[in-house]
Design a protein around this ligand. Structure first.
Ligand SMILES: NCc1[nH]cc(CCC(=O)O)c1CC(=O)O
Ligand SMILES: [Mg+2]
Length: 336
């Protein structure tokens, strides 16, 4: 028999551990479970209103009555948290986005209904002004069109309190203003909302992958050619992500997030290694749209790439993933 030249061969045969399914199952280092998944949903006013989001196949804007069965499905599937995003009636949008502070607005009403019907299901809300502003930016503008920080933080703090008063479990500021986590945490404490958790969008990049989301919440038109580069992070930076996360933890965040997801797995890994806090990644609308489009063309296997993409987040160090695939993935996992 011909002998191989390497002294390590044939003692070292890594393929032994790949030979059959039971061995692969036995030695697998990372897994996805339904409990890892947060399901983002889009809500709008009305009754029995369902509107498909063209750039996000399988995702609809729903009125509250149609959202309730979706919430029930999440409970059945073991998905721990729903993340709410509003598509606000254009007649309610203003330059300062003050509808975000309305205690009887869409989001507070949806939160109250969900917590009443499904008390064990976690509910998370987005803290940011873009669905409420007439210009589609996440904050208020000065005369030059610059998004001003501190005035915006004041409004965001009011928005977070409004959600907390409605009974939300987790507020998730996605605006990228400086100092908002500290301001929100202090206000929550002062008002006695000591259990409200904060998941900070700490390292949120100015990304082109958010396009379909802006269709879903109806901000693409208002935003026009404008970008969010003066507050969201530059895609070229990773040290800066660590500084942002450090600030948010110091200011009182319970959990942090990196966003987008798949193109930023290096950032997820660095954040997890550095801070060892609950770390989440957002597989954003554009990532979802890419995989859906390729699958619809028959270029990729839908279920296989869905599960592989989610597993990649876990392997990179994420404790959980916000994903529009949450229900599909959970269903598949439970069927196995
Ligand atoms: N505060 C806005 C917000 N909250 C979540 C997303 C993106 C989510 C997605 O693309 O799936 C965005 C878009 C943006 O910053 O323009
Ligand atoms: Mg910050």
């Amino acid at each position: 028999m011909h002998l191989p030249s390497s002294a390590l061969f044939p003692q070292n045969r890594p393929r032994r551990l790949r030979r059959d399914a039971f061995t692969r199952n036995l030695v697998r280092e990372h897994r996805v479970t339904p409990h890892d998944l947060i399901y983002p949903v889009f809500v709008h006013e009305g009754e029995n209103r369902r509107e498909a989001v063209a750039s996000m196949p399988g995702v609809d804007r729903l009125s509250l009555d149609l959202l309730l069965p979706v919430a029930e499905d999440c409970v059945q599937l073991g998905i721990p948290v729903l993340a709410l995003f509003p598509a606000i009636d254009p007649s309610l949008k203003t330059p300062d986005g003050k509808e975000a502070l309305n205690p009887d607005g869409l989001i507070p009403r949806v939160v109250r209904a969900l917590k009443k019907e499904f008390p064990a299901l976690g509910v998370m809300t987005d803290v940011a002004l873009d669905p409420y502003t007439s210009h589609g930016q996440d904050g208020v503008l000065d005369d030059t069109g610059y998004i001003v920080n501190d005035d915006t933080v004041e409004i965001l703090t009011g928005q977070a309190l409004t959600h907390a008063e409605a009974g939300v479990d987790i507020v998730a500021p996605s605006d990228m203003m400086d100092g908002r986590i500290g301001a929100i945490r202090e206000a929550l404490e002062v008002q006695g909302h000591i259990h409200t958790r904060i998941m900070a969008y700490s390292a949120k990049y100015a990304s082109a992958f958010y396009g379909p989301f802006r269709d879903a919440v109806g901000t693409r038109g208002a935003l026009g050619k404008a970008d969010k580069n003066v507050y969201q992070m530059d895609p070229g930076n990773t040290d800066e992500a660590l500084r942002e996360v450090a600030l948010d933890i110091a200011e009182g965040a319970d959990m942090v997030m990196v966003k987008p997801g798949m193109p930023y797995l290096d950032v997820v890994r660095r954040v997890k290694d550095e801070f060892r806090v609950p770390t989440f990644a957002y597989q954003v609308s554009g990532e979802y749209a890419m995989l859906k489009a390729a699958a619809a063309n028959g270029w990729l296997d839908h279920d296989a790439v869905m599960m592989e993409s989610l597993l990649a987040f876990k392997r990179a160090g994420a404790d959980g993933v916000l994903t529009y695939f949450a229900r599909d993935a959970a269903r598949l996992l439970l069927a196995r």
